[in-house]
Design a binder for this molecule. Sequence first.
Ligand code: SF4
Length: 157
Amino acid sequence: MNYHQYFPVDVVNGPGTRATLFVAGCEHQCRGCYNQTTWDPRSGHLFDEAMVERIIADLNDSRIKHRGLSLSGGDPLFPANLDAILALVKRVKAECPGKDIWLWTGYTLTQLSELQQQVIAYVDVVVDGKFEQELADPSLRFRGSANQVIHVLTEDK
Ligand code: SF4
């Protein structure tokens, strides 16, 4: 998997202070996509073990008090990303107690493959659905268009 950007301290993409990763790779081709440079899974930088260690360390940095990790893109559920994303969310849940995981995807929850669902099992909140330019609304919180849905999957989020 490749990634485009990593923000160790972010207060925009999800609630509270977060670490945010924008991955490469997306097949949805939404009209009006704000992030077309991420579509090519070969674009960006290699997401290696050092990046995983960095994210874990940032989330556990007691000076920052992160609320959690945000995964966006591109699409974290792009098929070629799934092995790396699954390994990442497993480690975050095992090694960063109390931190939540938000994930943005162009797939809807009803469209997910078995492997994509395995990732979602470790995720607290999913914002799903393609970006629909006709339904775009800048006043929406944490989503770009009104068709997208914020699914809270765990009780305490
Ligand atoms: S899912 Fe997101 S990154 Fe992918 S084409 Fe749609 S808006 Fe762009």
